[in-house]
Design a protein around this ligand. Structure first.
Ligand code: SAM
Ligand code: SF4
Length: 338
């Protein structure tokens, strides 16, 4: 991606714990073509009417307003971002905003094989793909849909375009814990990094109670038994959520996002934008800051930045999962943007 770096960032978005905010996760839709148990409910889902989604031009304007205060790393997510028409148009718009450092996409890859050329041509190089199992029956149980072959075709298509997608897996004890080793082998054979994300209390059915979650520690012991010793790598950028390990006897890297057991809130630099234009300062936050009034007929970047500052100023030190006061947020993962 070609970006024109801004020489200086003025008055960056710093919260009361001295965390400077650089990243924005942009949800482009709350819709999805599968129904992962850890994210969406089994039954009917009330999605936002399409007319309520921010347009691509509004998202572009919002990014234009936030880049000068340091928001330069963008990730497009959802719901499933590729179910929204022509996401490559958004990639192109954002790529040409001066100062944008990186644009990434998080996808379930069901539609990636058919969209990879357009996305690549628009400048997208950084893709995270969710892959929780290599078994059809488990995929069906976990996602309540068919389609593992499409996900695998999406991974192949990205690799064929010369990309190195990162794979993300969430393990649930009674469903896909057994898949962990096979997923590592799959990634290593393709020289891809796989990262295991701890299951967080963001599922729509509200059934998280910690017993289905596999902690990073537990998983590392299992993988060490199977693959031999692992060596922790330095975290080049403390704001990145993953702690990566290499294997002593194998070439390749495996990452662990231990969001529940070893939270990394102290280095968090992320803000989130819901598909309808509400800003959130944490996955687990209860409050949302409405940016829509500044994006509608009259674009008001100054007021928008002011509202973003209010959002950042209210950020808590940590998410507090496991503390007696913790309550899961009303919005579940697909409605926030992961
Ligand atoms: N649909 C895309 C996908 O699945 O990659 C993007 C959106 S999804 C909400 C983003 C990421 O959140 C995925 O990697 C998914 O596995 C993860 N995720 C969803 N619910 C989760 C939960 N309860 N705990 C941990 N990770 C979760
Ligand atoms: Fe869809 Fe992603 Fe949620 Fe799975 S995790 S249901 S793919 S939004």
């Amino acid at each position: 991606m070609q970006s024109i770096p801004l020489p200086t960032i003025n008055n960056p978005l710093v919260d009361s714990f001295q965390r400077t905010h650089r990243s924005l996760r942009i949800s482009v839709t709350d819709r999805c073509n599968i129904r992962c148990q850890y994210c969406m409910p089994a039954g009917l889902v009330q999605f936002l009417p399409r007319s309520q989604l921010l347009t691509y031009e509004q998202i572009e304007r919002l990014v234009q307003a936030l880049v000068p205060v340091g928001i330069t790393r963008l990730r497009l997510t959802g719901g499933e971002p590729l179910v929204r028409a022509k996401v490559e148009t958004l990639v192109k718009l954002l790529s040409s905003v001066p100062g944008v450092e990186s644009i990434a996409l998080t996808t379930n890859a069901m539609l990636l094989a058919e969209q990879i050329d357009e996305l690549f041509d628009a400048g997208l190089r950084n893709i995270n793909i969710s892959l929780d199992t290599l078994r059809d029956s488990v995929f069906k149980k976990l996602t309540r849909r068919d389609g593992l072959e499409k996900v695998l075709a999406g991974i192949d298509a990205a690799v064929k375009r010369g990309l190195k997608p990162k794979l993300n897996a969430v393990l649930l004890r009674d469903i896909n814990l057994e898949d962990a080793a096979e997923l590592v082998e799959f990634a290593l054979e393709r020289q891809l990094t796989i990262r295991f994300i701890e299951y967080m209390p963001l599922d729509a059915d509200g059934s998280w109670d910690g017993t289905q979650m596999i902690s990073g520690d537990e998983l590392r012991s299992l993988l060490k038994k199977r693959f031999g010793p692992m060596v922790m790598l330095d975290r080049e950028d403390p704001s990145r959520p993953s702690t990566n390990f290499s294997f002593q006897n194998l070439s390749g890297t495996v990452g662990f996002i231990d969001s529940v057991s070893q939270p990394f809130c102290g280095a968090c630099d992320r803000l989130r934008l819901t598909a309808e234009g509400l800003m959130r300062n944490c996955l687990f936050g209860k409050e949302e800051w409405d940016l829509r009034p500044f994006l509608q007929s009259e674009f008001n970047p100054e007021r928008l930045v002011e509202r973003a500052r209010e959002c950042v100023a209210s950020k808590f030190a940590a998410h507090g999962i496991g503390t007696p006061e913790f309550v899961s947020p009303e919005r579940t993962m697909h409605r926030i943007g992961g």
